[in-house]
Ligand binder design. Structure first.
Ligand code: ADP
Ligand code: ADP
Length: 225
């Protein structure tokens, strides 16, 4: 069970209200896109779901658990960022296996699991490559494999495709959609790109000035922008 329930979520930075009274239930297995302009509070909301920043008010539940005060490593979430954050001195396979170091598996088991994940994102041929030599799209596939390797209940994606050119971005949108359908996990995907949200989302949450102003299926939010 990996339903996410945000209730009255708030984040203040000094006098600034970055996120204000966000309440929404994201269903188990759903792909929700948070869509809004830069500075509207999408990333801060995602970081509070991830446990990477603490809310100043409100709660985060994942499944039956109140995780509001739990650190990121103690949640069943994994996060993919815009800027890959791969280790340049490790191979592609080692980068993916690194995410598994906390799990009680042997080194061989970790490498096997990492290889499996690289196959899923069609990067198995690059297992022994240095990540610095990969294209942006390939790096993002490796980052995705690393996040999925730990078998999270919830995958959180913060503008994961924004550094890619348009053509590649469109291909990756379709692939992400396929991976989501395949895995049946809950995805929360942050983007400022309306087309991306419409391509990917089961439902779209529109953010403006720190508030979640609308949540609906793509058709509904398109009809009532
Ligand atoms: P988005 O992801 O929609 O671009 P953010 O969640 O990054 O928006 O930012 C929301 C608001 O919070 C912005 O006004 C931003 O400047 C502010 N903000 C974000 N992170 C911090 C921080 N660490 N310290 C101070 N202000 C921040
Ligand atoms: P927190 O300590 O609240 O978790 P951080 O200070 O680690 O947040 O910053 C979170 C992210 O927001 C970082 O990526 C940082 O670069 C960015 N950030 C920091 N200050 C600001 C700001 N004033 N406006 C926008 N983004 C900011």
């Amino acid at each position: 069970m990996s339903e996410i329930e945000l209730s009255g979520l708030e984040k203040r930075y000094g006098d600034e209200l970055a996120v204000e009274d966000v309440s929404v239930t994201i269903e188990d297995g759903e792909l929700l896109c948070l869509l809004g302009p830069s500075g509207s509070g999408k990333s801060t909301t995602l970081r509070m779901i991830a446990g990477l920043t603490s809310p100043t008010d409100g709660t985060v539940h994942i499944g039956a658990d109140d995780v509001t005060d739990r650190p990121a490593y103690d949640r069943t979430t994994a996060t993919v960022f815009q800027d890959w954050a791969l280790f340049p001195h490790k191979t592609v396979l080692e980068n993916v296996a690194f995410g598994l170091r906390m799990q009680s598996a042997s080194k061989d088991e970790r490498r096997e699991r990492a290889r499996e994940m690289l196959e899923r994102v069609e990067m198995a041929d690059h297992a022994d490559d240095n990540p610095t030599n990969l294209s942006g799209g390939q790096k993002q596939r490796v980052a995705l494999a690393r996040s999925l390797a730990v078998n999270p209940d919830v995958l959180l994606l913060d503008e994961p495709l924004s550094n890619l050119d348009k053509r590649l971005r469109e291909d990756m949108q379709i692939e992400l959609r396929e991976i989501h359908e395949d895995l049946e996990k809950t995805f929360v995907h942050v983007t400022h790109d309306q087309d991306e949200a419409f391509t990917l989302a089961d439902r779209i949450g529109i953010m403006a000035d720190g508030e979640l102003v609308q949540v609906g299926d793509p058709h509904e939010v398109y009809e009532n922008p």
